[in-house]
Write a protein that binds this ligand. Structure first.
Ligand code: GLU
Length: 508
């Protein structure tokens, strides 16, 4: 195989969405698998769609996920600059080369004339309704004007575009690594604009020229670019670059959770899951979107779940993979053709697996941060101990603190449903008796308390639930949480007495 050089080529038109993340990730994994290079190229030729901050956002997102870039404007590299607006000077000569060779032509049609053509074709119900092989000879371009008039038009400074001259009737058979053979009939394709008289290339020209100049070996991108493949192939052919043309792989769509159509931002808003990796504030609309980072996802978990959207290594039920394992296992042949259903619940599960794998000390750092936000200082050892107690109830790092605030902040109310279910007429009396036992304890460890309270319950012929449920309720505000004796031990004798007495007073 030739030297692997792949690029992620986003346009800075907004936040990086999940489809973009997955494209970047598959490019990255492919590069690492083959010891190749992962390149970031910013495709900003369409200045009208430029969104300030988008490029920085893309870079920060790749960093957060852990996709290290080998070549980019920040990183450097032999083939820079890596931003198309800074490569503007390069494209003109290629556009002119295509005109000279007869593969492209000047077109001078005004927007009104183009609109008139569109309307006419629509009213005639023409089988192909675009500027192309069937219509170009009735339009204002260098093919209909001839050399002299074209020269005059250009000299007069009339605005123009350069269009690709799509072959009239050619049947192409192209190759896609994921989809196999792709057939295309050029007679229904249009003469795409490649270059504008303001000196800016369009996506198609810049993309092909840059892939060629940057020696890209494989183009791995979303399915939405598949319709552009015939044109891209024809551009390589026109330039005489077929021998070094990259191989193509078009990734399947990411589908809505119900599998009906492409996942959109609206699905995320409607169903309550983020569609961007990081927090994003749209500079135009001011709209704020939460990211996976803020939602409490670990970057490793996010990377793992994204890798399995449309790919799996086959022959295994394994779902948890480190980045290193993925780099080893990844192959484009195992990417599926069918769309990949997005499953927000499964994503939570992924995060939980990673949370459980972390040590209590690692989790303590998140805990301490979140506690601080509520004005509570917790030392690392205590935080780690509590994380160990509550982590199997948590999916996200934020849950750690949420699940344990009552260790630090006295409950201000009691869960109504739990009160109804567990607080009986004699609960107050029983708890005060239990408190007498607890008050005599000098060893307030969970183990000792369990022994003593259990013995006391047995000796008095009481029922465990009748003692421990109301106790949990007054200590934690609701009947959930870790082992009750761990709660007692964590709170300490004084706090336990205070909460039991208060609870009995309120609940009676
Ligand atoms: N700039 C294109 C995009 O925004 C890149 C498509 C390609 O990879 O060729 O997706």
């Amino acid at each position: 195989m030739r030297e692997v050089r792949v690029r992620f080529a986003p346009s800075p038109t907004g936040a990086l969405h999940l489809g973009g993340v997955r494209t970047a990730l598959f490019n990255y994994l492919f590069a690492r698998k083959h010891g190749g290079k992962f390149i970031l190229r910013i495709e900003d030729t369409d200045q009208t769609r430029f969104v300030p901050g988008a490029e920085e956002y893309i870079i920060k997102s790749l960093e957060w996920i852990g996709l290290d870039i080998d070549e980019s404007d920040l990183k450097g590299g032999e083939y820079g600059p890596y931003k198309q607006s800074n490569r503007k000077h390069l494209y003109t000569k290629y556009a002119l080369e295509l005109v000279e060779k007869g593969f492209a032509y000047y077109a001078f049609d005004t927007p009104e004339e183009l609109e008139a053509m569109r309307k006419k074709l629509e009213s005639e119900k023409a089988s192909v309704q675009s500027y192309g092989p069937k219509t170009r000879m009735s339009m204002k371009n260098s093919l209909t004007f001839g050399e002299e008039q074209t020269k005059l038009m250009l000299q007069s400074g009339a605005p123009y575009v350069i269009r690709f001259k799509m072959p009239e009737d050619e049947k192409l058979v192209l190759k896609d690594i994921i989809r196999g053979e792709i057939k295309a009939d050029t007679s229904i394709l249009d003469d795409k604009v490649l270059y504008k008289s303001d000196g800016m290339p369009t996506y198609h020209l810049a993309n092909i020229v840059d892939d060629h100049l940057m020696k890209i070996s494989h183009v791995i991108r979303g399915e939405e670019w598949l319709p552009s493949l015939p044109l891209h192939y024809l551009l390589y052919r026109a330039f005489g670059w077929l021998d070094t043309m990259p191989e193509f792989a078009h990734l399947p769509l990411i589908l809505k959770p119900d599998g009906k159509g492409k996942l959109s931002k609206r699905d995320g808003d409607r169903l309550g899951f983020p569609v961007f990796p990081l927090h994003w504030e749209d500079p135009k609309t001011g709209e704020v979107s939460k990211g996976y980072e803020e939602a409490g996802y670990f970057p490793e978990a996010f990377l793992n779940m994204m890798a399995l959207l449309g790919w799996n290594p086959g022959n295994t039920t394994q779902e948890i993979f480190t980045k290193e394992e993925l780099c080893q296992l990844f192959s484009l042949e195992k990417v599926s053709k069918a769309g990949a259903k997005f499953d927000p619940e499964k994503n939570k599960w992924f995060n939980k697996q990673y949370l459980e794998k972390k040590t209590n000390e690692e989790l303590a750092d998140y805990f301490i941060e979140d506690a601080k936000k509520d004005g509570v200082e917790v030392d690392k050892n205590r935080a780690a101990e509590i994380c160990g107690l509550v982590k199997d109830r948590c999916h996200f790092s934020h849950d750690l603190w949420k699940e344990s605030t009552y260790f630090f902040i006295e409950p201000t109310s009691y869960n109504e449903a739990n009160v109804k279910k567990f607080w009986k007429e004699d609960s107050g009396k029983i708890l005060l008796q239990a408190l007498e036992v607890l008050k005599d304890e000098t060893d307030f460890s969970a183990k000792n308390l369990e022994d003593k309270i259990s013995a006391w319950i047995n000796q008095n012929g009481l029922n465990f639930g009748k003692v421990l449920n109301p106790m949990r309720l007054v200590l934690a505000g609701e009947c959930k949480g870790p082992h009750i004796f761990d709660i007692l031990a964590q709170l300490g004798k004084e706090e336990v007495s205070k909460r039991i007495e208060k609870g009995v007073k309120i609940l009676g």
